[in-house]
Design a protein around this ligand. Sequence first.
Ligand SMILES: CC(C)(COP(=O)(O)OP(=O)(O)OC[C@H]1O[C@@H](n2cnc3c(N)ncnc32)[C@H](O)[C@@H]1OP(=O)(O)O)[C@@H](O)C(=O)NCCC(=O)NCCS
Length: 176
Amino acid sequence: MRDLHAPRGAVAGAAATIRPATAADQPRLAALVRSIENFTPAEVACALELIAAAAGSPPGCDDYRVLIAERSPAEPLLGYACYGPTPMTRSTFDLYWIASSPAARGTGIGLRLHEAVVAAVRAAGGRRLRVETSTQESYGATLRFYERCGYREAGRIADFYADGDDLLTLVCPVGP
Ligand SMILES: CC(C)(COP(=O)(O)OP(=O)(O)OC[C@H]1O[C@@H](n2cnc3c(N)ncnc32)[C@H](O)[C@@H]1OP(=O)(O)O)[C@@H](O)C(=O)NCCC(=O)NCCS
């Protein structure tokens, strides 16, 4: 990944509103996901699928949950996170996707979104968040971001995605 850690102050992450996404946010979410430079077409399709699943879930069935960061409803989104309870576990949640808009990088949006995910997971009785990623994708900035959020490596399968590209499992404790 290119180093897109912009100097702080370009967009004030601290001034952003973080809230659960609604159906009305779908077009801005789609635009945001398509603007993430390091998402492959397959990743964009998968991210959009989970966003649609979150929006279309019947009440009481919230396997996928989406939080957004915005300055105002009239402006493009600053970032989003998609997470949900890990099937067949009691208190583990997956962080499926987290991204801030390229223009908002390095202003604290990612951190604020992650804090909101942690708070929501804790409120739902969750004890840990899991991220599964490839070593290639996690190289550099993304891994530093996860480390800053409190993730530590909990497992690795060598050559899982391709030769030299391992599956990395990261875990962040969120319990009391
Ligand atoms: C990873 C990502 C979400 C970080 O979002 P962000 O809004 O730029 O992050 P923040 O400004 O909140 O930075 C939080 C911390 O992460 C670390 N960090 C983030 N980007 C970094 C970079 N490019 N280089 C080094 N550290 C970085 C820093 O420790 C930073 O804290 P600090 O500024 O106090 O040192 C963002 O770069 C992104 O959207 N990347 C593309 C999508 C992606 O790869 N998502 C992850 C897989 S789904």
